[in-house]
Design a protein around this ligand. Structure first.
Ligand code: EPU
Length: 421
């Protein structure tokens, strides 16, 4: 298993291009199952989770063509298996996203139930209950969700909790259902919006996009000739490199991104003392060599502060001036990085779902272990400022969601390299 070796201490300086959003690419690739015409998708990030999705689609019988720039052409017209097996689902929970499209188009889906994971129990009851309300027959047996339906029927849904992949699964199912589906308390994350735009490009009739009430008028079939879609930029990758600039007191310019979907993160970085300038497709952060100031964060569904940036801001607060409170309200156990940051000299006290961070003058390098994707990112960020050489183990978590992280950080002047075990 590869590790990352980071020598901390240099302020980062430079420019880089942001990749397409993982959490938009995953549902959009799943949504290609709904189309009876080939679909071409661009700006796909180079990530393990994408490879896993392609493997999942491939083993169902989907024809896939991937070029060297990660443009993917998908033809879902020869599917002969309607299953997401445990071996794939256990490595990527987002495999649950094939449930809605398979059921809606082929009337059948067998998807392994995702288990708990490092950040919490993460049930999928809302996905299942909503599909049942739409007329699906669902049995959960021997760890699998077995779903069948002649044709799903549109209905009025009020989701008990804001769920991103839950909203996405329902949207995809409703697109081919008979009648109108109204989804209240829908997730408004930009990735959900990107999926809705993609579905409409395929011929779906979704209105209310970007709001928490989505209305879907079901259609008989989806698919248009020569459809080409570009995935939106990754706001979490963008935010992570902005924090890399801030934590090292550096200056970074990120291109091919979209400042409009990073509001809450930019507000907090400015509060931390960053000078930030934005254009339509770029963001530049400059700390002018200053130490960041501690900030208080409370995670919540979009447009509030994203839980996927919580760990990175915990690392930032670890070296900031002052005391910062980080409150996690989306997942019940998303503080696994705290134990590792403590080993690097961070001063953090956990009280229920709040991390109280007293900024240390500096962190000290240590061997640390990644536990989930964003936790790993926070350890890399800490390594960039720690004195000495930090060795981050279990980086397969990072490769699931960060496109060529060591190359991108090297481009910004960091000393980081991948070392084989
Ligand atoms: N929840 C339920 N029942 C459900 C579904 C969700 O109780 O049926 C709860 C969850 O346990 C959690 C909350 O609702 O407490 C929100 O979870 P959500 O369903 O929104 O999360 P998700 O769809 O599984 C996506 C992202 C995550 C991101 C969350 C929150 C993808 C593929 N994953 O997960 O991304 O943290 O939304 O924004 O889109 C990551 O990229 O590192 C990552 C974990």
């Amino acid at each position: 298993m590869d590790k990352l070796l980071i020598t901390g201490g240099q302020p980062l300086a430079g420019e880089l291009r942001i990749s397409g959003a993982k959490n938009a690419a995953l549902p959009i690739l799943a949504a290609t199952l709904l189309s009876d015409k080939p679909v071409s998708v661009g700006n796909i990030p180079h990530l393990h989770d994408i490879t896993t999705t392609l493997e999942l689609l491939g083993q169902m019988g989907v024809d896939l063509m991937v070029d060297e720039k990660m443009n993917i052409e998908v033809n879902a017209n020869h599917i002969n298996k309607f299953e997401a097996p445990y071996e794939l689902v256990k490595t990527m929970r987002a495999s649950i996203l094939v449930l809605g499209p398979l059921l809606a188009r082929f009337g059948e889906a067998h998807v392994s139930l995702p288990g708990g994971c490092a950040i919490g129990t993460r049930p999928v009851d809302i996905h299942i209950d909503s599909l049942i309300k739409m007329g699906a027959n669902i049995q959960v047996e021997a760890g699998y969700i077995h779903a069948t339906a002649k044709r799903l029927i549109g209905c009025h849904l009020l989701l008990d909790k804001v769920t991103v992949t839950g909203t996405e699964n329902i949207l995809m199912a409703a697109a081919l259902a008979d009648g109108v589906t109204i989804i209240e308390n829908a997730a408004k994350e930009p990735e959900v919006t990107d999926l809705a735009h993609f579905l409409n490009k395929m011929g779906a009739k979704i209105t209310g996009i970007g709001s928490d009430i989505l209305t879907v008028e079901g259609v008989e079939r989806l698919g248009v000739e020569n459809l080409r879609y570009e995935i939106l930029p990754d706001r979490i990758e963008t935010g992570t490199y902005l924090v890399a600039g801030a934590i090292t007191r550096g200056r970074v310019k990120l291109k091919n991104t979209d400042p409009r979907i990073l509001d809450a993160v930019l507000v907090k970085l400015r509060e931390a003392g960053a000078d930030i300038e934005c254009g339509d497709t770029w963001i530049e952060l400059n700390m002018h060599g200053k130490r960041p100031k501690a900030v208080n964060i409370r995670t919540a569904p979009y447009p509030a502060f994203p839980t996927d940036m919580q760990a990175q801001f915990t690392a930032l607060n670890s070296v900031a001036d002052g005391i910062g409170l980080i409150t996690e309200t989306v997942f019940e156990n998303r503080f696994m990085h705290v134990q590792e940051l403590l080993r690097m000299g961070a001063q953090i006290k956990l009280e229920s779902n709040t991390a109280i961070c007293s900024g240390a003058e500096h962190l000290t390098a240590a061997p640390v272990m990644a536990t989930d994707l964003r936790a790993s990112a926070s350890l890399v960020l800490a390594g960039l400022v720690a004195q000495g050489e930090t060795l981050v183990d279990r980086i397969y978590h990072i490769d699931r969601g960060y496109d060529h992280i060591e190359e991108k950080l090297t481009q910004l002047g960091a000393t980081i390299r991948r070392v084989p075990n």
